[in-house]
Structure formats: C-alpha cells, structure tokens
Ligand binder design. Structure first.
Ligand code: HEM
Length: 469
C-alpha cells in the first residue's frame, strides 16, 4: 500500500515536471527556430547523444537527428557543412562565444585562451602567437629532430604501444617549445602530473571532495602551477634569455597601442592549456598515421620515396630545413587524410549564440548552444568520394572552401597548427628513413569515444626494426 502511494506521488511529480517542461519549452521556442525535438523533460536527448558517442561517435547521432535538440540541459542546434564552417570562420567575435565551462576553468585556469572572450581573448592571442608561426618555429627543427632520434632509439627491436610512446614524444616536444625543458626525471614527474590533470580531470564528476578523481586532478594542477612558477622565478633571477615561448610571454610589450603584457596567472594558465591542447592531439594523429601507413603499403611507399628524396638532397651532413619540410607534399597529404578520418582536434565545434542567428532560413535563438558537426562533413561522400577509405591523393585537387577544417577556423583557429605540422613532419621524416614497423594487431579499428579526443582503443601496438644501412 505504502509502495503504491510512493509510486503515485513519484508518477504525479513526473507528470507535473513534464507538463511544466512542455510549457516552459514551448514558451522558449521562438518563431523561426529550427525544427526538431527536445526529447525528454530536463535530460533532453543527452543520454541518446552520449550513447551514440560511446558506440560510434557523434556523427551517427547527428545524422539521425533533425536540427533542434536538447543536450546537457541546454537547447542545442546542430548545424553542419560548408555554411556552418563558414559561420565559424567569419563570425569574428560577433555572434558566437565558446561558452563557460567550470571544469576547464578549474583545470586550466580562467585566463587560458579557451576561456577568454572577445577583447581579452584577442589580447592574449596576440601576445602569444608571436613565436607560433612557421618562421619563428624554424628554430625548433633541430630540437625536434634530436627528440625524434632519441625517441625512436628506445623503440628499436621492440614491441611498443605507438600511442603511449608518441605521447612522451609530443609532451617533450611541447615542453621544449614552451619552456626549453628536456626529458629528465623532473620533467617525467611533470608529465605524470599532467596525465592526472588531463585524464582524471576531464573524465570525472566535478566533485571537489578529497579522494575523488577530480580533486586528484586539482592537486596535480597545483603541483604543475608551482613547477612553472619555479621556472618563471628562475628566469627572472638568472636573467639568462632562452628565447623560447616563455621568454616571449615574459617580455613586457605594447603593439599598436595595445598592452600585451601578460600577468603571471595569464602565462601559467596558457602554458598549461597549450600542453593540454597539443599533447594527445598530435600524438594520436601520429599514431593513426603509423597505423594507416602500415595498412596501406602503396601509400607507405610513396611517403618513403618522398622522404628518401629529401634525404638525398640534404646530403650527409645536411640539416632538415623549413623549406624542405614545406616541400613534403605527399607526406602533408597523408597527415591531412589521417586528420580527416580521425576527427582528432574535435568532432564538433561547441559554441553558444550571443544573439539571434539566422542560418539557412531558421533563427537560432540567443543563448542556445550550437554544435557545428565537423565529423559528418569530414565524411560527406559528395565532397570526399569513398569517404571511409584512406586516399591521401584526394588532397591533390583543390577542395571547395570551408569543407575541411581539421584545425578549426576564425578567431579560435588552432594556435598550435603550425607547430603540430612541423612536429609531425620531422617525426615522420626520421621514422621513415630509419625504421620499418608492422602492426601487432590487424583490423583493430575500435575507437575510444569517451574522452575529449577520439583514440584508438588498443593503443596501436607495433613492432619496430631499424633499417640496416
Ligand atoms: C594534430 C594536432 C592538432 C589538432 C588536430 C588540433 C585541433 C584544434 C582545433 C580543431 C581547435 C579549435 C577548437 C574550437 O574551435 O572549438 C584547436 C584549438 C587550439 N589548439 Fe590545437 N590542434 C592540434 C595541435 C595543437 C598543438 C600542438 C597546440 C599547441 C602547441 C595546440 C594549441 C591549441 C590552442 C591553444 C587552441 C585554442 C585556441 C583559441 O581558443 O584561441 N593545438 N586545436
């Protein structure tokens, strides 16, 4: 009897909530808003979305959806294709904002690029981007070459997890770029702390209770912040310039009247966020390239031929140059094709509308979330014939504008795009000219969709051998 009563009360409560929801939702859907369904009361279509992500990525969810939905407690509009990318590219700071995320703020700090908006974002980006273009990055080529050689030496004659080992390579590449730090027991501790920050912090409930994964991540952040502060203090005391990213950020500067001087908080938050943004994105891209080339001998031979040509042109003592890297056309197409197939930076660009936006005849109301679904465009058969096949040569032809944006676009285009390309080209050059490898597990394309980046589940185990002279 008691149970029946409790059941009735819960049932009535649910009906009341649903009715309230319907009323509120109805009131909130302005005329001209895109068609679609808000799904269940409160939860909307969140569970559906999450389950699609775990099963096969969000592309499958979006394909099955109409334009309006309700995810993570917010009305959301899904848009895709060249026009959606064009909006992202050309909006400036007018109608799209990144939106606030408490988790990102806790983990990377409120001054990190990702959390800043409009003028503040513009100022920090201007202050930061100086050392991030191809010309300034040239000085990184010898360091990246040395790191590639040292990394690959540890793989010789062994079975290794490409994902795990490349994560070390990309971590130390970024640490070299940002802080001029080389691999050592100290930097290995930094890496372990960073893994706790990024993995535990982004894959857990936001519970700041001692013992939880989230609070472990926050403690790791504190240790990392203290470590970076030590480097900063040391630079100020010694006054010895390293001419790296940190030195650049520490210079008080003014450009065309705007004050580009960064506070210590701004410097530290952005160093942490740069490591996060450039660490597993690039290592996963390289691991996927290794996997795809092992599975496609014809394409592998074309990369080999190109890289052998570069080596011959360089001669015995020749150093890899910026011009030579820029001339690696086929290898660059392989990188693009791997990025297209793997949606590494992100499968959706998440934004919030700052004002009503008219898109394809519908009005996206102010304050709604917008998911610009990049993954579906990456495999659109009208743009990429046989989209699931690995065909780097497809990039020989000029693509229509706005269809392929692996590094995003507009005001928030990837700040490390040039560095990522440089890093990947140097590593591939060193690998291909000195080593051969085979996959330990064939036909294992299972992907882990649960994290921020979609990663091959098996870590891509490979057996690596040095090519005899
Ligand atoms: C293959 C490697 C990489 C891929 C595919 C990639 C992709 C992306 C994408 C798609 C965005 C834009 C996200 C959005 O608009 O919502 C982005 C932003 C960003 N990336 Fe990358 N990235 C890569 C490597 C790197 C590296 C190596 C660094 C740093 C050294 C880096 C630093 C950043 C930063 C700081 C942002 C935020 C920019 C801003 O908000 O102004 N990324 N990246």
């Amino acid at each position: 009897m008691d149970n029946l009563f409790v059941g009735q009360v819960i049932g009535a409560g649910l009906v009341l909530c649903s009715l309230l929801w319907l009323v509120v939702a109805r009131v909130r859907i302005p005329e001209g808003a895109p068609p679609g369904s808000f799904g269940w009361p409160l939860l909307g279509e969140t569970l559906d979305y999450l389950s699609w992500r775990c099963k096969g990525g969000s592309a499958a969810f979006f394909n099955d959806r109409r334009k309006r939905t309700h995810i993570l407690f917010s009305p959301t509009v899904v848009i895709l294709g060249a026009d959606a990318h064009k909006l992202l590219q050309n909006d400036g700071y007018k109608s799209l904002t990144f939106g606030h995320s408490q988790t990102l703020q806790d983990l990377f700090g409120e001054k990190s690029l990702i959390l800043t908006e409009a003028d503040q974002h513009k100022r920090i980006r201007k202050a930061i981007m100086g050392p991030m273009n191809w010309k300034s990055l040239k000085s990184q080529i010898p360091t990246l070459k040395e790191l590639s050689i040292e990394t690959l030496k540890t793989w010789e004659g062994k079975e290794v997890s490409a994902m795990k080992e490349l994560a070390k390579f990309t971590f130390y590449s970024i640490l070299g770029l940002l802080l001029s730090l080389k691999p050592s027991p100290y930097t290995e501790t930094l890496r372990q702390n960073f893994d706790i920050l990024a993995k535990d912090g982004t894959n857990s409930l936001q519970l700041k209770i001692p013992g939880t994964k989230y609070s472990r991540a926050l403690q790791a952040r504190k240790r990392l912040v203290d470590g970076i502060k030590l480097v900063l203090d040391d630079r100020r005391k010694n006054g010895k310039p390293s001419e790296d990213f940190l030195d650049h950020l520490m210079q008080p500067r003014e450009v065309s009247g705007s004050d580009l001087h960064l506070s210590d908080e701004e410097i530290i938050d952005n160093i942490l966020f740069f490591i996060f943004a450039g660490y597993e994105t690039t290592s996963t891209a390289l691991a996927r390239i290794i996997q795809l080339l092992a599975d496609h001998p014809h394409e592998l031979n074309l990369v080999k031929a190109e890289q052998k040509g570069v080596l011959q042109e360089l001669g015995d003592e020749g150093c890899l140059t910026w011009e030579k890297l820029k001339g690696m056309h086929y290898t660059s197409m392989v990188i693009n094709e791997a990025l297209r197939l793997s949606h590494l930076g992100t499968d959706v660009f998440l934004r919030t509308s700052k004002q009503d936006i008219v898109f394809h005849g519908y009005t996206i109301p102010k304050g709604w979330n917008i998911m610009i679904d990049k993954a579906t465009t990456d495999i659109n058969p009208e743009i990429f014939k046989e989209p699931m096949k690995f065909k780097p040569a497809r990039f020989q032809k000029k693509l229509p504008p706005y269809v392929f944006m692996p590094f995003g676009g507009g005001t928030r285009i990837c700040a490390g795009m040039e560095f990522a390309n440089l890093e990947m080209l140097v590593f591939i050059h060193t690998l291909i000219n000195n080593y051969s490898w085979r996959l330990i597990q064939k036909n294992n394309d299972k992907v882990d969709f649960t994290g921020v980046i979609q990663k091959p589940k098996n870590g891509i185990p490979i057996f690596v051998q040095r090519i005899s002279e």
